[in-house]
Design a protein around this ligand. Structure first.
Ligand SMILES: C[S@@+](CC[C@H](N)C(=O)[O-])C[C@H]1O[C@@H](n2cnc3c(N)ncnc32)[C@H](O)[C@@H]1O
Length: 205
């Protein structure tokens, strides 16, 4: 997986994406992931790899300061079309592995379906943690290999699925390990496909 391919594949996904990943079971799981976020007016919120903005309606109307970044102009264009009148959202074309924000800029970072997509998930995680304020939250709805185990079937499917722009074999425990002193896991719960898709809420100490 690399950024050039991601730009191409997500340009192709852009017109179809909401029909697959923002409907049915996915829409329900996404809703659960963001349901109890307790967002407060004035908070700085970052959507990392915002995609078509499927998360936007779930956090709207709370006088937040929302920034949404994505590598793909096509996905960002879809996201822009979801903004309601009077809402102020800053959209930026940016690499999630190299966030152009200062340390501890955001109270809440929403990183849905992005750690499984970026070429370098460790680097992306490092950036997410860096830009989160102390006491801030990181919310992740994503798929990870269960306990880091990649079954024989997944081993075969993994390279095929990665052509579609996502990796089904990443291990969240490995991503979390360098931050175990810096982050607390507030919630980790299964959402879809026998827990492959999970909700993870982290707090930066
Ligand atoms: C599976 S979609 C998830 C979109 C959205 N977060 C959601 O939950 O629906 C992955 C998104 O990551 C974006 N992306 C891929 N590589 C990226 C990178 N290096 N930096 C930022 N965004 C990236 C893609 O353009 C795409 O919009």
């Amino acid at each position: 997986m690399n950024n050039s391919w991601n730009r191409i594949i997500y340009k192709l996904w852009a017109p179809l994406y909401d029909r697959v990943f923002n409907s049915g079971a996915f829409a329900g799981a996404r809703k659960k992931a963001l349901s109890d976020l307790d967002l407060k007016p004035g908070q700085q919120v970052l959507l990392v790899g915002a995609g078509t903005g499927a998360d936007l309606p779930l956090i709207s109307g709370r006088s937040l300061s929302v920034t949404a970044i994505d590598l793909s102009p096509a996905m960002l264009a879809e996201a822009r079309s979801k903004v309601k009148e009077g809402e102020k959202i800053t959209f930026l074309e940016m690499d999630a592995q190299d966030l152009r924000f200062g340390d501890e800029t955001f109270d809440v970072v929403i990183a849905n379906l992005i750690l499984s997509v970026v070429p370098d998930a460790e680097r992306c995680m490092q950036e997410i943690v860096r830009v989160t304020s102390h006491g801030g939250k990181i919310v992740i709805f994503d798929k990870f290999a269960s306990n880091g185990r990649v079954s024989p079937v997944m081993k075969v499917l993994r390279p095929l699925i990665s052509v579609l722009g996502t990796d089904i074999g990443r291990d969240f425990n490995l991503l979390f390990l360098p931050y175990k002193e810096q982050l607390s896991i507030k919630e980790e719960s299964p959402l879809l496909m026998r827990g492959m898709y999970r909700k993870i809420v982290l707090e930066k100490n």
